[in-house]
Design a protein around this ligand. Structure first.
Ligand SMILES: [Ca+2]
Ligand SMILES: [Ca+2]
Ligand SMILES: [Ca+2]
Ligand SMILES: [Ca+2]
Ligand SMILES: [Zn+2]
Length: 638
């Protein structure tokens, strides 16, 4: 919406609703930094002036629907000039879901023996939820191999997750037959990769100035009965939502004497972090400001940008410990209300060979491990040990920290994917928060200040990720300045120049997560003739993988884990006793440890007695482990 359309009547409506806004409290939100809750006084002051100036304006018309227009300028974050072959995506740009789908299709064509590409559902807008399945089909079907699930970009603006997942698919396909580790993995595992968990939200975040948590499904975030009625507004048309600095003698911010781009927090202004470490006492005569996110009060409720696009957090929409809105904001109307989350649970539940969940987010440069929606003390000791071991591997391979998804047993998250994955599906999952931020500690004081970040930005990056402060005549606030970081590509995701390094960083851990799966092998099948056409068939199996076939203690305790079974089918023969199904039980892998009831041996066997009834009697054997793969043998009885 252009500045010119913001006539007097908007201000008038805002003032009319001051009473209710006052009761509800005024919030001015910003992108990331969340400066002080401030500015109500000055906003009201400004509105009073507006009212005085245009008392004849209409006051009763409904607020116009907010339209989200694509960014006016071509977004530099979409990559520089230069082509891109879909089969070899560039890692210095962020890809739309259409571009991702084009790459997946290119790989399906280029690597037909290694890939299947399919949709597992559809968004509200009809976009397909695409998955690429990677395995060497010549060594068995994906369903017969232990698998691993990788996704990204459930949170719309957390675009790096999509790129990490897309890159991982590219990495596997392009190194198959070249790199021994990758070749072995693709020969023995089923890798399910879903770069865009949330294609609609991700595309909106990438191609517009708007920010949204996850799905663009309209949602009433402020409880006023209106949906998405007051998003941030790109007033200066630079294709980014930055910040506004609003002169206010009582404001909590002032301009840094070291760099006029940088705002410093006024000493004693309470809460929040100082812009450049501990802010010095500003000199006499310093001008102070409120700093708020760029926008106007679209719905005239006295608050700015309080209900933007969407608001459901799909990673609070899963069934395990799902919570109502009062205890979990963004939970959605009911568990799995969103097509993207419902498709996820259906897909995982129907792919029981999946041994773990890699759920890619940003930012921070760490991994969230379990617990997530319930206390750590509810986890069995063996599972605690396993979660910590997998977390430690992340720390070793990335040199970044693993931290619990929550630490307070009373105040925790609700309805997260990895919590459902563990408690209801029996697998351990992780939420890597990519991107630890940029900068150089030039003065070696142990931290990277905002000043150092700006210096790094100026010196090391090719593109600019900062909009210089520039005057703007705000329809409600009067003269302000608009400027600041392009937060989406600095704080939430890496600048393009640093993206490739980020997507490559996680590959070793991602490989390892799939490598540690249980792996069933048949070591021997012995057929012994016992006379009268009777045969004794003995199958010896081993779990040569690292994890036990039950994966977790939870899967045993909750009876999620299905024992390893031998299942036989006969032609020209019949079973002597039994029905051809023999439970072998769970098999430990090469990993030590395990709790009560956990398997203690990595080997097992099954025996069947059969009798020939015709010519050419044959037995077809399948040793089936849900998580450790299925091995098939067919042999003559003689
Ligand atoms: Ca609303
Ligand atoms: Ca802007
Ligand atoms: Ca508002
Ligand atoms: Ca707004
Ligand atoms: Zn996230």
């Amino acid at each position: 919406m252009g500045n010119r359309e913001l006539g007097c009547h908007r201000g008038l409506r805002a003032l009319r609703l001051v009473g209710s806004a006052g009761n509800a409290g005024t919030t001015m939100r910003t992108n990331r930094r969340r400066p002080p809750r401030c500015g109500r006084a000055i906003l009201m002051l400004a509105l009073a002036a507006v009212l005085a100036a245009c008392s004849g304006a209409p006051a009763g018309d409904p607020a116009p629907a907010t339209t989200i227009t694509p960014a006016a300028a071509a977004r530099p974050e979409r990559g520089g000039s230069g082509g891109e072959a879909p089969a070899n995506p560039r890692w210095d740009k962020y890809h739309t879901s259409a571009e991702v789908n084009t790459s997946l299709a290119a790989w399906a064509q280029k690597f037909p023996t290694l890939t299947e590409v399919y949709s597992i559902g559809q968004t509200l807008r009809g976009s397909p939820l695409m998955v690429i399945e990677i395995t060497n089909k010549a060594t068995g079907s994906a369903a017969d191999k232990p698998g691993y699930y990788y996704d990204g970009n459930i949170h719309a603006g957390e675009l790096t997750g999509g790129e990490v997942a897309l890159h991982f698919a590219w990495y596997l396909l392009n190194n198959y037959g070249r790199d021994e580790r990758v070749t072995r993995l693709v020969d023995t595992r089923a890798i399910y990769i879903r770069p865009k968990f949330n294609p609609d939200g991700a595309d909106l975040a990438l191609t517009s100035a708007q920010t949204l948590r996850s799905t663009p499904r309209p949602y009433d975030q402020d409880g006023d009965g209106l949906l998405d009625e007051d998003p941030p507004n790109d007033l200066d048309r630079d294709a980014h939502i930055t910040q506004m600095r609003v002169p206010n003698p009582d404001g909590a911010w002032y301009v840094s004497p070291d760099d006029p781009r940088l705002m410093l927090r006024r000493p004693g202004a309470g809460g929040g972090r100082g812009g450049g470490g501990s802010s010095p006492q500003p000199p006499e005569g310093t001008r102070f400001y409120d700093v708020v996110s760029e926008g106007i009060d679209d719905d005239g409720d006295g608050r700015v940008n309080e209900d933007g696009v969407g608001g459901i957090d799909m990673n609070r929409n899963f069934p395990r410990n799902w919570g109502l809105e009062f205890e979990q904001s963004g939970a959605g109307p009911y568990p799995l209300s969103e097509p993207e989350t419902a498709a996820t649970v259906a897909f995982l539940s129907l792919h029981r060979n999946i041994t773990g969940i890699f759920h890619g987010h940003t930012s921070g440069g760490f991994v969230y491990r379990l617990p997530s929606t319930t206390a750590w003390s509810n986890f069995s000791a063996p599972d605690q040990a396993l979660i910590l071991e997998q977390s430690a591997r992340y720390e070793e391979t990335t040199e970044q920290a693993a931290v619990p998804s929550y630490t307070n047993p009373d105040v925790h998250r609700h309805g997260t994917l990895i919590s459902w994955g563990y408690w209801d599906f029996g697998v351990i999952g992780f939420v890597p928060e990519f991107w630890g931020g940029m900068g150089i500690d030039y003065d070696e004081d142990g931290e990277i200040s905002d000043l150092e970040r700006l210096r790094y930005h100026d010196a090391e990056l090719e593109r600019s990720y900062f909009t210089e402060w520039a005057p703007f005549d705000h329809p409600e606030l009067g003269p302000v300045e608009i400027g600041g970081w392009h937060s989406k590509f600095v704080n939430q995701n890496p600048p393009l120049e640093l993206l490739q390094r980020e997507v490559e960083l996680y590959v070793p851990w991602m490989l390892w997560l799939a490598e540690i799966a249980p792996q069933i092998e048949v070591t021997d099948v012995a057929v012994t003739a016992e006379g009268d056409g009777t045969f004794r068939v003995r199958i010896d199996v081993v779990n040569s993988g690292y994890l036990p076939t039950n994966l977790t203690q939870r899967a045993l305790d909750a009876e999620i884990a299905v024992p390893v079974r031998a299942i036989a089918e006969l032609t020209g023969a019949e079973f002597v006793g039994g029905n051809g199904r023999v439970d072998i039980g769970h098999l430990r892998g090469t990993r030590e440890g395990g709790g009560p009831g956990a398997p203690t041996s990595s080997t097992g066997s099954a025996e069947l007695v059969v009798r020939a009834t015709g010519d050419n009697p044959m037995i077809s054997l399948a040793v089936v482990s849900e998580r450790g793969g299925t091995v098939r043998r067919r042999l003559p009885l003689r």
